[in-house]
Write a protein that binds this ligand. Sequence first.
Ligand SMILES: [Zn+2]
Length: 133
Amino acid sequence: MSYHIPSDDQIKVALKEVLRKFRTVQSQSKLKELATKELNTKKKKFGVTGSRLRKIAINSDFVKLEIHSREGNPKKLMTKCPVCRSTLKRVKNLTIWGGEVTIEFRCPNCGYWTGKKKRIPTRYIFHLKKKKT
Ligand SMILES: [Zn+2]
């Protein structure tokens, strides 16, 4: 059996359906399993990678991504977002009293941030974003 590659729109529809049913999905691999189930039909089987699903989820307006992380090497330079591969922006924070500068890196695309102690994503949780009223 061969696998079909779904379009971004097909994936979006499947993601929306999965989150409508489950509200929260506890991991990327679970999301992949559920979304694939949603995409598949009797005649067609679809294949999609977890990182592609995550990227589409980030760029949709109905997914809230929760990132769990562990501490990484503070000396390691991080230029690309580990979540969505966008270029990280360097942000300097001046403290009010001492004038000390702390450097943070932020992702303008998905909201990931890290300080000196690098945050390495270990797990993603996907929530259905509540509609603003
Ligand atoms: Zn990002």
